[in-house]
Write a protein that binds this ligand. Structure first.
Ligand SMILES: C[S@@+](CC[C@H](N)C(=O)[O-])C[C@H]1O[C@@H](n2cnc3c(N)ncnc32)[C@H](O)[C@@H]1O
Length: 362
């Protein structure tokens, strides 16, 4: 008896893998352009030949030519003057693409997805070992590409949305932040951009950021200095779940970090203990579906894409880890908050493409 092959489905999977490979390879070329400053060099000239790009960016001309041709074929770069001689072709980075690749303040600045992706590539041997052993891969092992990628990707959201959209969804807390002197604890703060954005938006507020990654804390301190808010923003290299965290805060925030924590209940319990009377916790985390549905939509595929390759192994480095993974369902967060002693968990009516926001009251 011969098995019937459902050719339609087989062909769809073939096409899906082919397209995914093209996308992955294009993302790695974006990585090269980002890391070597090729997009910046292109954006600074109205037209560029391979030799111009090579000279401006300090790379070899043959590679400049091949990269430009790939970028043009991929549709990122325009050919402004074609020529039989590939070395004489002229290229231009359109303004719309330049925003995505080179404007660190734009909400459309998605170029950091390339170093994020690359960080996983270089971690794959350790990830394979973790799959076999059930152990983890330390956050720091994913390197600067991951740490910097997250910081650069999230920074525009903090700068543009945190004080404009997110905190106003907690009007009582916003009132406290606008009437001095208020205190905010930012747990799992990474490179500190959320802490800095809060300090910038609320001139009377002091922010204490805490993170378990030493390199992130060093970067956060540097970023606060450069932003001119180091007198009101300080950072500590600590576990957010430490029961001995001290202070009284009007607001405690967790941005894209609860799902990464080995012991999210301990961290939320610590956050609860830090609240001043009338204070609240704000959690922003991935906007995943309410329940497992397969096949999933793009956002679900995106979040599962990172989960087993980064978020889960990073959390599984600790013994007895909750092992949440990127896909932290709203019910999971609710149960963590319940276990941490919170009386209510409310999903806030904040429109956002990637995150869901929760208010936790003690
Ligand atoms: C995805 S990053 C988000 C960083 C930052 N909140 C942002 O949005 O840019 C997750 C962060 O959680 C931190 N983290 C994980 N477990 C932690 C813990 N137990 N205590 C403090 N920070 C922790 C990691 O070091 C990392 O910086």
């Amino acid at each position: 008896m011969t098995a019937t092959v459902e050719t339609g489905r087989r062909d769809a999977v073939v096409e899906q893998l082919f397209q995914a490979t093209i996308g992955a390879l294009e993302l790695l070329h974006v990585y090269v352009g980002d890391r070597l400053g090729l997009y910046t060099a292109l954006s600074e000239a109205s037209e560029t030949t391979p030799a111009d790009l090579a000279a401006r960016a300090g790379i070899a001309e043959r590679y400049a030519r091949e990269w430009l041709e790939e970028q043009a074929v991929a549709g990122f770069v325009d050919v402004t003057a074609d020529d039989e001689d590939p070395g004489a072709r002229r290229y231009r980075l359109p303004d719309e693409v330049a925003e995505v690749m080179t404007d660190p303040d734009s909400l459309n600045y998605l170029v950091p997805l390339a170093p994020l992706f690359a960080s996983i590539g270089q971690s794959l041997p350790a990830v394979l070992e973790a799959f076999r052993s059930g152990g983890g891969v330390p956050y720091a092992a994913y390197g600067e590409d991951l740490r910097g990628g997250i910081a650069r990707l999230n920074r525009p959201m903090f700068l543009h949305q945190l004080a404009a959209d997110w905190i106003p969804a907690l009007p009582d807390i916003e009132a406290r932040l606008t009437t001095s002197p208020a205190h905010v604890a930012d747990l799992g703060c990474g490179a500190g951009w959320s802490s800095i954005a809060i300090a910038r938006a609320y001139p009377a507020v002091h922010v204490d950021g805490i993170d378990l990654d030493e390199a992130s804390v060093a970067e956060a301190r540097h970023n606060a200095e450069a932003a001119g808010v180091a007198d009101r923003v300080s950072f500590g290299y600590r576990d957010a779940g430490s029961p001995d965290l001290a202070g009284r805060y009007d607001l405690v925030t967790f941005f894209e970090t609860v799902h990464d924590m080995a012991d999210p209940v301990a961290a939320l319990r610590a956050g609860r203990a830090l609240l001043a009377p009338g204070g609240a916790v704000l959690v922003g985390d991935e906007k995943v579906a309410e329940s497992f549905t397969a096949p999933g939509d793009d956002l679900e595929r995106f979040n599962y894409g990172w989960s087993a390759l980064h978020c889960l192994p990073a959390a599984l480095t600790e013994a007895d880890s909750a092992g949440t993974g990127t896909v932290m369902r709203p019910d999971t967060l609710r149960s963590y908050a319940d276990d941490a002693g919170f009386a209510t968990t409310t999903v806030l009516p904040i429109e956002h493409d990637f995150w869901r926001f929760y208010r936790l009251d003690p």
